[in-house]
Design a protein around this ligand. Structure first.
Ligand code: SF4
Ligand code: SF4
Length: 451
């Protein structure tokens, strides 16, 4: 099975009745597009393919055609939608205010309602979206199993004996994409980290799902940076994954349940703000009001959480973080995560933090607005396009000559890491560029003051 191609089945031709049922795209959103094409050059999949069907305008035209019964929701149509990264660069370029992200999320929910995926895909999706992501405990168990697989020599045996080729699905691909895991996972279980000095604010902090396993050190750095700046941090118990991966993959019902758990958990601390060190998660939480709009018991609390949510860079700047005083002599380029740039529209705050570090030279990155190809589970489900965009981004990073590429999202950090290694292999060069979070560098600069 190639997971780059949709393996869905649909009803007989001409029988699709148009979008219907829960989470359907709103016609008022669908018919806002005036076909001007201003979004085309902003779209990474259009830039790579030059095909109208792989552009925002083309995908919206397909949505309209399917809605009006002129086209079936065929594997080919779904394939064009699936290739969309949901990076939302098109929204920034659109003069008509088309909320493309909302349209695509609703369209994907329709695909899941009206089509049938293969048994392997259904099983994988059910395990991922309904079993693993809603449970931080199960995610940590899976993380520990992965660590064992890598460290015990089992991975070497599986690769060396060709066992991966014999397993069903894309086991070889999954193995190649296994992320590096943190030595100690980050666990939110009700800890309170007091502010240093005068307390400016009390925040609840999201630990998240993937980031808590892959970048636990950055989450610890985030706590240190916040407390260093007079902010009390509550790692409220009962929180879990923000639900973004589910929402983007057409699984809004499970995302709603995950959001409810987080809402109860965060609001229990009565925080002044809720902070996310992951751009994708922060964007998802800022959208809770909309996601839970039909949940009468939660809608007001969801709006409250959405309003309280801040990206870490946004929060630090708002609370006037202290600039470090000791120099960190390093050349850095900054990669804008799409969910910070296009969705939360935050561009200055991360740069302000980097520029506040004495000695740090910030170098502009070419094609800064083009997605790195990570896009949640996209790097697994659309590996060819993901790899192309990852390498494109890595080559832009290398062109800056920076020693470090800084970012603010776990998916981007993993994708950059993977792509920089791939490009180094392709070009037979040794890889020296490191991937860090902006907050890691601020924490490192503060640490110099203590040494
Ligand atoms: S979300 Fe990104 S990939 Fe999808 S259509 Fe818009 S610009 Fe293209
Ligand atoms: S820029 Fe907006 S209105 Fe113009 S084609 Fe793209 S989505 Fe449609």
């Amino acid at each position: 099975m190639s997971i780059d191609k949709p393996t869905i089945s649909v009803g007989p031709p001409g029988t699709f009745p148009g979008f219907s049922g829960p989470h359907a795209p709103q016609e008022s959103d669908l018919y806002k597009c005036v076909h001007c094409g201003f979004c085309l050059q902003a779209c990474p999949t259009y830039l790579e393919t030059g095909l109208e069907a792989e552009s925002p305008r083309g995908r919206i035209a397909l949505m309209k055609a399917v809605n009006e019964g002129r086209l079936d929701m065929s594997p080919s149509v779904v394939g064009h939608w699936d290739l969309c990264l949901q990076c939302r660069a098109c929204e920034l370029a659109c003069p008509s205010g088309v909320e493309y992200g909302k349209l695509m999320e609703a369209t994907r929910a329709q695909v899941e309602q009206h089509t049938k995926r293969s048994f392997t895909e259904r099983t994988a999706r059910s395990i991922g979206y309904n079993t693993m992501l809603p449970s931080p405990v199960k995610l940590r168990m899976a993380g520990n199993a992965l660590k064992f697989y890598k460290k015990s020599g089992m991975r070497t045996i599986a690769r060396g004996t060709g066992l991966l080729k014999l397993l069903p699905g894309d086991a070889e691909l999954a193995d190649a994409y296994l992320p590096e895991l943190s030595d100690n996972f980050f666990v939110a279980k009700g800890q309170v980290h007091p502010a240093q000095g005068v307390r400016k604010a009390k925040v609840a902090m999201l630990a998240g799902c993937v980031m808590a396993l892959t970048h636990a050190e950055t989450l610890e750095a985030t706590v240190r940076v916040l407390t260093r700046n007079g902010i009390e941090v509550h790692l409220t118990a009962g929180q879990g994954c923000c639900g973004a991966l589910n929402t983007h993959s057409g699984e809004p019902d499970s995302a709603i349940e995950m959001a409810k758990q987080n809402i109860d958990s965060f609001l229990s601390a009565k925080p002044d703000a809720i902070v996310s060190a992951s751009a994708g998660c922060g964007a998802a939480m800022k959208d809770y009001g909309e996601l839970l709009a039909n949940e009468s018991e939660y809608v007001d609390k969801a709006k409250q959480v959405a309003e309280l949510t801040k990206d870490i860079h946004e929060l630090l700047v708002e609370y006037e973080f202290e600039a470090p005083t000791k120099p960190l002599n390093v050349k850095v380029t900054y990669q804008d995560p799409c969910h910070l740039l296009n969705v939360q529209r935050i561009t200055d705050a991360p740069r302000a933090i980097l520029n506040s570090i004495p000695g740090l030279e910030l170098i502009n990155l070419g094609e800064a607005a083009v997605c790195c190809g990570s896009a949640g589970t996209y790097s697994l489900t659309q590996r060819e396009m993901s790899a192309k965009l990852g390498k494109r981004k890595a080559r832009n990073v290398l062109a800056t000559g920076a020693e470090i590429v800084a970012t603010g999202n776990p998916g981007c950090a993993m994708q950059l890491d993977f792509a920089l290694t791939e490009v180094a292999k392709e070009d037979s060069i040794s890889r020296s560029t490191k991937v860090r979070y902006v907050v890691d560098l601020l924490d490192q600069a503060y640490a110099l003051e203590r040494s």
